[in-house]
Design a protein around this ligand. Structure first.
Ligand code: MRU
Length: 349
């Protein structure tokens, strides 16, 4: 099941807020509806947000009425900023919007811009699908022939164009015959692990057990898990990584229990403009998501709440990254650069 579908005529977003109970699509060609869907997490997961943003900008370009190229591009730029500010942490959103603006700027005739942008958005979607497939193949080599794997949040097809990031690695390894058992953290407060990861793993026939987030330490202590693998929302140039809140705690625990901690992400999630994790903006969510999850009140009225959606895992707690080009070992800063050097593409470093 894909988060985003486009057949050249109809654009559909699977409304992930309604999973797993209800499968319902948002069909739209209106960029404002897509921005709203990103804000309310109907579409979520760093690569999927980037793809949705690219289509949003392409659809917006169709509605701009101006034959003046500079007026057209100024209006497009204003809308691009609006789309970019929908969620602050996942850099794929900015990456996709900037790539779309570059494409628009490369077209001389205003009348040709919307079509070129729609093609670019589709290219971003298809490239993401290929990147995720490659991530799965590269990462599967790192996984043992049998054992337990802890993962966090949702990193499956629902978070990307298809296949997923960390989940692509796990599923590819299982398809290669490895006997793995997945422990999926429920992922408070919005339960992406319980609602989405368990939904996807079950559909793919993967042996998986749902754990509350605070059970992970005991699972490691009991020797049930041999490694942890997560996705990422933004990776700083030195390897510090923003991912769903709770990821940092898992990395500390992996270090304590001497088990590897891997991060799987496409290179569109690496932000060379962020030197380290302190420069990554962290989204804070509405307190109501904690006090009234899924419309059930679980805390007294008006309590103070702190709800960062993401945390930063320092690079020294990460064993290796897996991108579409291969496995990246420390020192990450130098090795990310080597991987993105066109001459070194597809070379593990
Ligand atoms: O708030 P979300 O659901 O968008 O958070 C998603 C995550 O943190 C994922 O782990 C991350 O985007 C990487 S998955 C491809």
């Amino acid at each position: 099941m894909r988060a985003i579908e486009w057949d050249g005529k109809e654009f559909k977003l699977l409304d992930q807020t309604r999973l797993p109970q209800t499968i319902e699509y948002i069909k739209t060609g209106d960029y404002r509806v897509i921005v709203e869907a990103i804000k309310r997490l109907s579409v979520r997961g760093a690569p999927a947000i980037g793809i949705a943003a690219a289509f949003a900008l392409a659809f917006a370009s169709k509605k701009i009425v101006s034959s003046s190229r500079s007026t057209f591009l100024n209006e497009l730029d204003r809308i691009a900023s609006e789309i970019e500010s929908a969620r602050p942490t996942a850099v794929n959103l900015r990456w996709a919007v900037q790539r779309m603006m570059k494409r628009a700027g490369s077209i001389q005739k205003v009348s040709g811009i919307p079509e070129a942008m729609l093609h670019e958005a589709e290219r971003i979607r298809l490239e993401d699908i290929q990147m995720c497939k490659q991530i799965g193949l590269h990462g599967a080599q790192l996984l043992p022939d049998s054992g337990g794997v802890i993962t966090h949040c949702n990193t499956g097809a629902l978070a990307t164009g298809d296949y997923g990031t960390a989940q692509s690695v796990i599923v590819t390894a299982i398809e290669q015959g490895k006997k793995l058992h997945v422990y999926a953290g429920e992922t408070r407060p919005l339960l992406q692990g319980a609602r989405l990861t368990m939904f996807e793993l079950e559909a793919r026939g993967v042996n998986a057990t749902l754990i509350t987030d605070n059970t992970a330490a005991f699972v490691m202590k009991q020797g049930k898990a041999n490694l942890i693998i997560t996705g990422a929302d933004r990776i700083a140039a030195n390897g510090d990584t923003a991912n769903k809140i709770g990821t940092y705690g898992l990395a500390v625990l992996a270090n304590y229990h001497s088990i590897p901690f891997y991060v799987a992400a496409p290179t569109s999630t690496i932000d060379p403009d962020c030197p380290d994790g302190s420069a990554i903006p962290i989204e804070e969510r509405n307190p109501g998501e904690v006090t009234h999850p899924f419309d059930v009140q679980i805390a007294p009225d008006n309590v103070d709440v702190y709800s960062p959606a993401f945390d930063i895992t320092p690079h020294h707690l990460i064993t290796a990254f897996i991108t579409e080009h291969g496995v990246v070992s420390p020192p990450f800063k130098d090795n990310f650069k080597k991987q993105t050097d066109p001459g070194k593409v597809n070379q593990p470093v």
